[in-house]
Every structure is written in C-alpha cells, then in structure tokens.
Design a protein around this ligand. Structure first.
Ligand code: AMP
Ligand code: MG
Length: 357
C-alpha cells in the first residue's frame, strides 16, 4: 500500500534546477516530525527527519496505513483477519493474502532454524495461560500436555497462499509480526523519499539511515529490572528488538512470576536465568524472530546459535541475565555502553572463537 514519492520529487528538482541557482534556498531546514498511534497491541511512535513538512506528514500517514493494514491481516481476534480465518478453518484450506503468506513462510523457516524455539502454533497454549486475553491463570500439567499436542510448526501446510492447519491447531505470529511490520514501514518511508527516521514499535526500534547530520543514532536500552535505561547502543540502518518475560507477566497465587514467552517443549513460561535478549540486525523480522527464540534457548544455546549463523545470517545480540550479567557479541561491543548507575552489572564478550571468551 505504499506510493512512490522519490521519482516524482527527482523530476520536480530536475525541472526546477535552473531556477534554483538564482533563487533563495528551495528546501527548508531538516526537522523532526512525529506521529504516535496504538496498533498491534502496543504504542508506536514514528519520527521522520525531512526538510518538507507536507512530505514528512504524508510519509508518516502512509507508514501508519501500512501498519494498520498488516494488523487487520494478522490479528488473532479480528474476525476478518487472515489469521482468524486460518484459526477457525476446522481443518480446511484457507487462502491468505500475499503478506500473510510471506510472514508465515518466514516464521516457519525460523521455527525450523531455531529447532522449534520459535513456535508459531503456540496459540492454544498461550490462551490457556490467558496471555492472549490478560485473564491470567495457571493451567494444569495435564491440560498443557493435551494442548501441546495441538502445536507443531512442522504440521502447518503452506502451499503458495494456501494454508492448512489440522483441526484444533492455531497460529499466533505475534513473535515476528511487529518486526516484519517495522520492515514494511521502513520500506514505505524510503519509497516516500525519507532517508532518516526512527521507528519505535512498542520499544522495538527500527533505525532508518543515520541521524540527519550523518552520525549514528544513540538508543537507550531498557533495564529488564524496571530501572530505566541500563545502557546505550549506537547504530545506523538497523533494527533493535528486545524480548523478555519482564515485558508481560502475571504473578500467580503461588507467588511465582509467569512471563508471556513460553517454552514450546514444556508449555511453561521460560525460566532459564535470562532476563532479556536484544537482537540487532538489518531486518526487523529477523531480529523479532530471533529475540523470542534466543530467549527460549538460554544463554549458552543463544551464543552457539550466534556463532553458527554469523556467515549466512549476520546479527548481534545483548543478553541480560537475572543475575545482572550482560553478554555482548564482539561486533557490537564497542557500540554498547553501560550507564554509570549500572556499573554493578558485569559485562562479558561473546567471541566467535569460544576460547577468547
Ligand atoms: P516477542 O515479544 O516478540 O518476544 O513475542 C512474544 C509473543 O509471542 C508472546 O506474547 C506470545 O504471543 C508469543 N509467544 C510466546 N512464546 C512463544 C514462542 N516460544 N514462539 C513463538 N511465539 C511465542
Ligand atoms: Mg519476537
């Protein structure tokens, strides 16, 4: 749903260029234009930097339209959405829109690559915990065992735009959708001629280009312990996505904290000593899929996954453990700084060669 602006603008400049030499400056000052809205169950703020207020506002509108279109396709509760149709198909094949097929295909690929740590069919289990409705409860072990039988990414059949789920199985693409949406919003803005923007998608960041002065964006990383910003990260042209069970959780009657990221092997919220995982890469959808999956894997398996995938799927990560250790991959270590207040946290480097650690 994006409309190209760049070509039109180039043409206009070509036409005006003989005039420009003789006239006062044609462009205004580069300024920030922001737009906030609620979508995909979270607050989003898009800020673009441009020298033309009308162009900037039009680009922001297009990007928001794109997000709202995707939300309408992927909502699990909206009865007109593609995902709702698939989840209520009773085992029949459903034809979905191109963008849904693309997202599902990517989610299934990442589920395979992460050995099922990312599990796009976990919806029945998540519903039993009440994470989808915020009416939280602790399911019994038997109930979870029964529901886990209704999950399994390898049983989803996707052929072109046709999706077939066995009766009782249900999709939830919440762990990858916002990252993909960020990529699409970025693409929209680029097509509108915007080269510098910061997209905040519920705390996940898509940094488009550099700051208007050409320098890196300096992002604050939220402490998983609820104490504000614990560190900063300098990036340009990157997505930065964080997952953690501090983001959405409930305290059970047993006094235990249950978080919204569930281990697909057990059906229970992840409890492996990790507090948060931040993934940095070019594409938001990769960051989003990986931040959830690596959080499920835990520190050691996440480090192993990073080492194995550096060649064909480069990304970086910052892991924070419950015992306040911070593990940073070697490529991003110089771009990350702990805030003075958090000097009690210990920083470790994850190196390509295990021995260097
Ligand atoms: P994120 O914030 O990207 O880490 O995604 C977390 C959301 O994905 C949760 O709120 C659930 O809706 C869903 N989810 C929880 N555990 C998993 C999992 N292991 N695989 C895929 N989706 C999950
Ligand atoms: Mg995710």
């Amino acid at each position: 749903m994006c409309f190209k602006r760049a070509a039109g603008r180039a043409l206009l400049l070509a036409v005006l260029s003989p005039l420009l030499a003789a006239c006062a400056p044609f462009h205004g000052r580069t300024e920030a234009y922001s737009q906030s809205f609620f979508a995909m169950d979270t607050y989003m703020t898009f800020t673009v930097y441009d020298d033309d207020a009308e162009d900037a506002r039009a680009a922001l509108r297009r990007a928001q339209d794109e997000i709202e279109e995707l939300e309408a396709l992927w909502s699990v509760t909206d009865q007109d959405s593609d995902i709702y149709a698939v989840n209520h198909s009773g085992g029949r094949s459903v034809t979905v829109r191109d963008k849904t097929a693309e997202l599902l295909s990517f989610a299934l690929k990442m589920a395979r690559e992460t050995d099922g740590a990312l599990e796009p069919t976990l919806y029945p289990v998540l519903t039993a915990w009440g994470f989808t409705t915020d009416e939280n409860r602790i399911p019994s072990g038997d109930q979870l065992a029964g529901l886990l039988e209704k999950t399994g990414f390898d049983r989803v059949v996707l052929e072109g735009n046709s999706v077939t789920l066995q009766d009782g199985m249900m999709l939830d693409l919440g762990a990858v959708g916002k990252g993909y949406a960020g990529d699409r919003a970025q693409q929209c803005l680029r097509e509108q001629g915007i080269n510098s923007a910061l997209l905040d998608i519920g705390g996940n960041i898509q940094a488009v280009g550099t700051k208007p002065d050409g320098s890196d964006w300096k992002l604050g990383l939220r402490s998983p312990f609820g104490e504000g910003i614990f560190g900063t990260l300098q990036v340009s042209d990157k997505a930065v996505v964080t997952s953690g069970n501090y983001e959405r959780y409930f305290i059970g009657e047993d006094g235990v904290r249950y978080g919204h990221i569930v281990d697909p092997r057990t059906g229970y919220p992840v409890d492996n000593g990790l507090a948060s995982v931040t993934v940095i890469a070019e594409e938001g959808k990769l960051c989003d899929a990986l931040s959830t999956a690596l959080f499920v894997m835990g520190t050691e398996d996440a480090a192993a996954y990073w080492r194995i995938h550096q060649e064909e799927q480069p990304f970086d990560m910052i892991l924070v453990t419950e015992s306040r250790e911070v593990y940073v991959t070697e490529n991003v270590k110089d771009r990350f700084n702990l805030q003075d207040k958090y000097r009690d946290m210990s920083i470790y480097q994850i190196a390509l060669s295990e021995k260097q650690e």
